[in-house]
Structure formats: C-alpha cells, structure tokens
Design a protein around this ligand. Structure first.
Ligand code: SD4
Length: 318
C-alpha cells in the first residue's frame, strides 16, 4: 500500500537530513506539502548538504555564490521562484514569499534581493573561505572547466575578460570535476495535497548571470496534484532545454508508470546529449515513485507512512 504522507528528493547522503525534516513536518506538525517542501529545502540550504545547496558553494567566475530556488503548489499550480539571488541565504524562503506575496512567478538577481530585504530577509555575504579558495585555485590553474566556448582569456587576465574566437560549433563543456547536485523535492501531505521545490547554488565557475534549471518551472521541479510531481538535478544548462519534470508529469498523465515516465524524460535528453548528467525523481499522486538518471550513479531518498528513517535508492544510469 502507498505510504502517505510522503516526501521524496534527489540524492541520499547528507540530503536525507532534508528528507527527514520534511517528513517530520508532514507527520508530526501536519504541515502542508508546500511548507514541508520549503522546510526540507531550507534544511539543505542551512547545512549546505554537500556544498551544492545554499551559501558558500559553486562560486561563479567572479567568486560569488548566487542561489536559484523554486516552489510549486500542486493544488493551485502557483509557483514562486528566484534566480541568481545575491546575498540572501534562504533562497527557498524568498521563493515562498514570491508565491505568497506577489502575483509573479520568478524574480531575479539584485532585484530579487531587494524584494527579499523588503520581506525581512537579511543580506549576508554568501562567500566562505572554501568558496573563495575554490575560485582562486580555479584562476591559478588557468581556469579549467569553465563554461565558455570559442573564446580565449585576454592575455594577463585572471581568466576574463574574454575575446571571441571564430565559431567552431563547440557545445558548452560540462565541468564533471565537481559533484554537482541540487535538492529537488516532492511531498504529499495528509490531505493528499502535493507540492514540489528546488534549491541549488548552481554550477561552479559559471559565467556570472547564469541561471540553471532549478528555478525554471517544469525543469527544476513540477507538480500537478491531479497527477503527480517530479524533481530534477544535473547539468541544468542542458536539462532546461527539455523541461524533464514537465515531461515526466505529462507522461504520468498519459498513463505511464512513474518508472516509465522518469526513464522516458531522461532518454529524451540522452538521445541528444549522450553524456548528460541528469537525475529525476517522479511520484504519482498515490505515492508510487521511481527515478531515472544518466551520466552518473544517481541516488534518491524518500520517507513516508510510518517509516522510521529515510530510505536511499541507487539508480543505475539509463
Ligand atoms: C544547475 N541543476 O544549476 C543544477 C545543478 C545540479 O546536479 O543539479 N547539479 O545546473
């Protein structure tokens, strides 16, 4: 029998702290699915999970950490999201404020920061010694694995500004050196309402201004309580071209099982980008769930019913 209430999210390991937090909110506090997802993602932002969520991770070329986050309510289909959020730690909290206190769906950059400050969030430097060191090492090492193609750094610069080279048709390089993770989560509460959300600090050494898949509705996550929900992680620059979570939920709507729905959405990306690193979790509104991934060994965590701890599932690549 399905285990309700239920929470499911990308990645095991340190990410199970988020699973447990959201589950306890659902089961003990009788939280709504939306609040449970917010609480779960905020848990990762606070303890930084493996460094790829929250402050002090994935510094851009300027050594700054910026945050992407979204929340979606599967009952109203309302969304709130922030992209390239600067100097505010609780990105998913600001996403909630966008959802609750505006008619918008997405705010970006410094102006998202301004909105956050108006709503009582505190401006703080998101840099840590670790993120500064990572950025400086990247510069010292000649700036490997960056996301620019067909350009060369100007002589004497610490990787930037850049001068364009004649086009060679190169595709953006995926910096596979880092663990490049994100929390994306779906919950079903005791009333059967569903919600989904995502929080990430994106990709290391990105071009400043880069926004990933995380805050994009249908890409980072997606939920329709009439059908089910999905959360994603991976190479957002590629994944956001496919809206894999929208695809997976629509696959459920058309009668696929969660496993078929997840695999189909991943295979669509792999067909065009055989090396893409991706992982999606998919759950229908009965609580039946599965996942699929490519390019790495993906893991996900879930906890539902009266389970005493989060369970972690390993997903071989498609
Ligand atoms: C991004 N999807 O910004 C995020 C990063 C990620 O596993 O999930 N990596 O591209």
């Amino acid at each position: 029998p399905p285990l309700l209430p239920l929470v499911i999210n990308t990645w095991g390991g340190p990410f199970t702290a988020a699973t447990d937090a959201a589950y306890l909110a659902l089961s003990n506090l009788k939280s709504s699915a939306l609040s449970a997802v917010q609480f779960g993602c905020a848990t990762c932002e606070n303890n930084r999970c493996d460094g790829t969520v929250g402050f002090g991770g994935s510094p851009d070329e300027n050594c700054e950490t910026t945050l992407d986050a979204m929340l979606m309510d599967g009952t109203t289909m309302k969304t709130g999201a922030v992209a390239g959020l600067r100097r505010i730690k609780d990105a998913v909290g600001v996403a909630r404020a966008v959802l609750e206190h505006t008619k918008h769906s997405l705010l970006v950059g410094d102006l998202a920061t301004q909105f956050a400050v108006e709503n009582g969030f505190i401006e703080q430097d998101l840099t840590t010694d670790e993120s500064r060191k990572k950025c400086e090492e990247w510069r010292r090492g000649g700036c490997p694995g960056n996301y620019r193609v067909n350009v060369q750094p100007d002589p004497g610069s610490a990787c930037g500004p850049y001068t364009p080279l004649p086009p060679s048709g190169g595709e953006g390089r995926w910096d596979g050196q880092q663990s490049h993770d994100t929390i994306s989560m779906v919950a079903i509460d005791a009333d059967g309402n569903m919600a989904a959300g995502t929080s990430t600090n994106g990709a290391s050494h990105k071009v400043p201004g880069r926004v990933g898949d995380g805050p994009i509705v249908g890409s980072g996550s997606y939920v329709d309580g009439d059908v089910g929900g999905c959360g994603a992680t991976g190479d957002g620059d590629i994944m956001m071209r496919f809206l894999p979570c929208y695809q997976a939920v629509e696959n459920l709507r058309r009668g696929m099982s969660p496993k078929e729905a997840a695999e189909d959405a991943v295979v669509r990306m792999v067909r065009k980008y055989p090396n893409v690193s991706s992982g999606i979790v998919v759950v229908n509104n009965k609580g039946e769930h599965a996942a699929a991934g490519s390019g790495w060994t993906f893991t996900y965590a879930y906890r539902g019913g009266d389970m005493k701890a989060a369970e972690v599932v390993t997903v071989p690549p498609v």
